[in-house]
Design a protein around this ligand. Sequence first.
Ligand code: NI
Length: 164
Amino acid sequence: MAILPIRRAGDPVLREKARRVRTVDSSVRKLVEDMWETMYDAPGVGLAAPQIGVPLRVVVIEVPDHPRVALVNPEIVKRSGTRQVDEGCLSVPGFRGEIVRSVKVLAKGVDVYTGKEVRVKAENDLMAEALEHEIDHVNGILYIDYLPGPDALIPLGDAPEVRP
Ligand code: NI
């Protein structure tokens, strides 16, 4: 296992449409272990393979209230509703931005540990957001693409305190 450098916005690998994985073999499982280790170290709640410079369709996500998932060739099956979210990305460090995501998300992919297709369902939570965010990554899309312009990026730590 290894903690790998996280590629930042501007790196062309983040803009490629990543390749499908043909076989879930030991090299893919090793990739996933490196992704977990890199994600936990960051720390973050999700990571896509292009973020460590590997142009393959592999994502990992661990958020509260869901089992962690490592998906190969993930796809959104269905999504509905819209909601405003405050999003960030390990490849855009130091910033966040308000964008629109779906309320309900159903995704599918091959579970890297079992080699079987699984479906992941989420509603109105961080898993729903992370599924769309990480699957965007393997399609070369960053959340900043949904912002009206670079001025819409909010520096972290500069946000007004909004607490109940
Ligand atoms: Ni990201």
